[in-house]
Design a protein around this ligand. Structure first.
Ligand code: ADP
Length: 393
């Protein structure tokens, strides 16, 4: 079995994957770490249990996980640990077995992902302490996009910024795209290396990627996960002139504007109600103007980015929707595909309605460009990489 860990700044997500059965035997989340009301929850054998965490830091959360694994007789069955790491810079083109050099490279990438990589390092250090004899693997969100050509990854700014400071587009959600590619190959019965796809990962964070001959050739996120689509609380594309405009007009600092663009924008900023797509769909149905405005902008921006990624992907075998919104929101899929009608897209509306709550499949109208809904499973992709690098079955 493989333990998959996703350590955030105030959370620790985990899953124990049974590689032979190809499913999780345990999953869970320690949340609000650092606050008094921190909790840890476990979903095991179809049941969910939660309890408060007495001393809420990442180490305490991992100790609670270890205690649970021991009590359930799972501890001895774990053969390797896989860690999600957001930023691998240009150093990592694939998942890697963790050693001192890999730790140092992840540390180097802290300047590119100051909110994420420090938390991942904490998680890895605790896991090395609790599982000193097990192989540990880092799976990077950025690695899949390292095949992007220069014309896709460069910004049109002085080259010195790229050469000296690593300023370029990196892209994220790589584990989700790799899983979707694998699934698409299975469903379309075509080798992954021969597939051209545009894939939309729509969760709280959202991006679109172009895959040509099984490799990422462009994606909507850039140096950071802020660029591209409208997201739950992130703005996506804006004019960088906004920074000086807000500094002049409202005396806002770079930090204040950055925080606003990351935490108070997107669906939340536009709707003035919620960052949650499901809640907004309900509010829209009840006539809430802000919810309608936010969802319309979300779908329009998504359609524009899908159209843009078609330039990179070429003639595609399928357009894929994945992630919480992509898998569940028939409304978002329908509205965004309506914008794409001139490019040969149309949905089978009944098939589209059926794809929700884990139900995937084809949703395009007969004779149109294939559109496929795939249930995201980043943890499984991380577990597969871990098992392969650790030579366990
Ligand atoms: P994260 O990026 O945090 O992993 P998820 O992939 O779980 O997030 O996606 C969360 C988003 O999916 C939320 O906006 C949520 O409202 C949306 N979502 C989940 N179920 C539905 C649904 N049935 N209809 C519309 N949106 C949904």
């Amino acid at each position: 079995m493989v333990l998959v860990i996703n350590c955030g700044s105030s959370s620790l997500k985990f899953a124990v994957m049974d590689m032979a059965a190809q499913r999780p035997v345990l999953s869970g989340l320690a949340d609000r770490l650092g606050l008094d009301e921190a909790v840890i929850s476990f979903t095991h054998n179809g049941e969910r249990v939660s309890h408060a965490l007495p001393h809420p830091d990442h180490r305490a959360a991992m100790q609670a996980l270890i205690d649970y694994l021991q009590a359930q007789g799972l501890m001895a069955r774990i053969a390797a640990v896989g860690h999600r790491v957001v930023h691998g810079g240009e150093a990592f083109k694939a998942s890697s077995l963790i050693d001192a050099n890999v730790m140092a490279e992840i540390e180097t990438c802290v300047r590119l992902a100051p909110l994420h990589n420090p938390a991942h390092l904490i998680g890895i250090r605790h896991a090395l302490e609790f599982f000193p004899d097990l192989p540990q693997v880092a799976a990077f969100d950025t690695a899949f996009h390292q095949t992007m050509p220069e014309h896709a990854y460069l910004y049109a700014v002085p080259m010195e910024l790229y050469r000296e400071h690593g300023v370029r587009r990196y892209g994220f959600h790589g584990s989700s795209y790799r899983f979707a590619l694998r699934e698409a190959a299975r469903i379309l019965a075509k080798p992954a290396a021969e597939l051209n796809l545009v894939c939309a990962h729509l969760g709280n964070g959202a991006s679109v990627a172009a895959i040509r001959a099984g490799q990422s050739v462009d994606t909507s996120m850039g140096l950071t996960p802020l660029e591209g689509l409208v997201m739950g609380t992130r703005s996506g594309d804006i004019d960088p002139g906004l920074f000086s405009h807000l500094a002049d007009d409202m005396d806002m600092s770079v930090q204040q504007t950055t925080a606003m663009l990351n935490q108070q924008s997107g669906l939340l900023g536009l709707s003035e109600l919620s960052s949650d797509c499901r809640e907004l769909e309900q509010a829209q149905a009840e006539g809430h103007a802000g919810a309608r405005r936010a969802l319309e902008k979300f779908c329009y921006q998504l359609a524009k980015h899908i159209a843009g990624q078609l330039v990179a992907a070429g003639k595609i075998d399928a357009l894929i929707f994945t992630g919480g919104i992509g898998e569940n929101s028939a409304w978002v899929r329908q509205r965004s595909i309506e914008w794409l009608a001139p490019l040969g897209f149309a949905l089978d509306l009944a098939a589209n309605q059926l794809c929700t709550r884990g139900q995937g499949g084809f949703i395009h109208a007969e004779g149109r460009v294939p559109v496929l809904v795939i249930h995201a499973n980043e943890e499984w992709m991380i577990a597969l990489d871990t098992a392969q690098l650790a030579h366990i079955s």
